[in-house]
Design a protein around this ligand. Structure first.
Ligand SMILES: NC(=O)c1ccc[n+]([C@@H]2O[C@H](COP(=O)([O-])OP(=O)(O)OC[C@H]3O[C@@H](n4cnc5c(N)ncnc54)[C@H](O)[C@@H]3O)[C@@H](O)[C@H]2O)c1
Length: 236
């Protein structure tokens, strides 16, 4: 029961990695708010309707958690979308949407949850970036740009809040079996799998295990770290 008595917000908590993270934190004692555009399918979670790119929605969501639970111990900035076009093809609206959800969404989570953590002098943030925030494949310029930004925001926030009792880390998932990947072109998935040394897709539970480790006291001296959960992809 690593998270007994703790309160967690997991963005994108209704499906994919977020659902697995919410389930694991909850099964280990946390009171978990699944903050998503959609309602979570699993029971035992509190549903928080949230578009992470909408600042007013963040204000309302954090006010709800504050009044119900009185604190936020763990923030998992996981919600994200995939945008595939290369630089010469991308529409500005699609670029702006990727920035709004994947990048501004993470900043807004920090912006609105950190004040509560600062008041109490402790807290943990885990951001979900991607191997594609570190290395590139062809195309998907907005996805690369936003995930690289998440990694830099992780390091920035880790340094900024280290002396305030707040740890900030990130996981870098490799290609994994979720709706996000199931909905993409099969050739893109196959190309990523070919370059994955373990030769298989990751499982949402494997990403969740890494997030839970970073969120737990087992990681009490870890901040600013990037934990690849990628079947060896980044080791090449
Ligand atoms: N699946 C992969 O292979 C993979 C690899 C690396 C990184 N990631 C990253 O992991 C995170 C989760 O991905 P996933 O595969 O679980 O995706 P998914 O599409 O399976 O689930 C994403 C969840 O986020 C929610 N969401 C989307 N936009 C939102 C918004 N604006 N506000 C609130 N919620 C929103 C969706 O409703 C959904 O519940 C994303 O940031 C993604 O970029 C995924």
């Amino acid at each position: 029961m690593r998270f007994k008595g703790r309160v967690a917000i997991v963005t994108g908590g209704a499906r994919g990695f977020g659902a697995a993270i919410a389930h694991l934190l909850s099964s280990e004692g946390a009171q978990v708010y699944a903050a998503d555009l959609n309602a979570p399918q699993q029971t035992g979670l509190r549903a928080l309707r949230l578009d992470v790119s909408d600042e007013k929605a963040w204000v309302a969501a954090v006010a709800t958690v504050s009044s119900e639970a009185g604190q936020v111990d763990i923030l998992v900035n996981n919600a994200g979308i995939n945008i595939y076009p290369a630089a010469h093809e991308i529409e500005l609206a699609d670029w702006n949407r990727a920035i709004a959800v994947n990048q501004t969404g993470v900043m807004l989570g920090l912006r609105h949850v950190l004040p509560l953590m600062l008041l109490r002098g402790n807290g943990v943030v885990v951001n979900v970036s991607s191997t594609l925030g570190v290395v590139a494949v062809a195309g998907a310029i907005a996805y690369h740009a936003t995930k690289g930004a998440v990694s830099q925001m992780t390091r920035n926030a880790a340094i900024t809040y280290a002396a305030h009792g707040i740890r900030v880390n990130e996981v870098l998932p490799g290609i994994s079996d979720t709706d996000l990947v199931r909905s993409q072109a099969d050739e893109f998935t196959q190309a990523s799998l070919t370059r994955t040394p373990m030769g298989r897709l990751g499982r949402a539970t494997e990403i969740a295990a890494a997030v839970a480790f970073l969120a737990s006291d087992d990681a009490s001296f870890i901040t600013g770290a990037s934990l690849a959960v990628d079947g060896g992809y980044l080791a090449q």
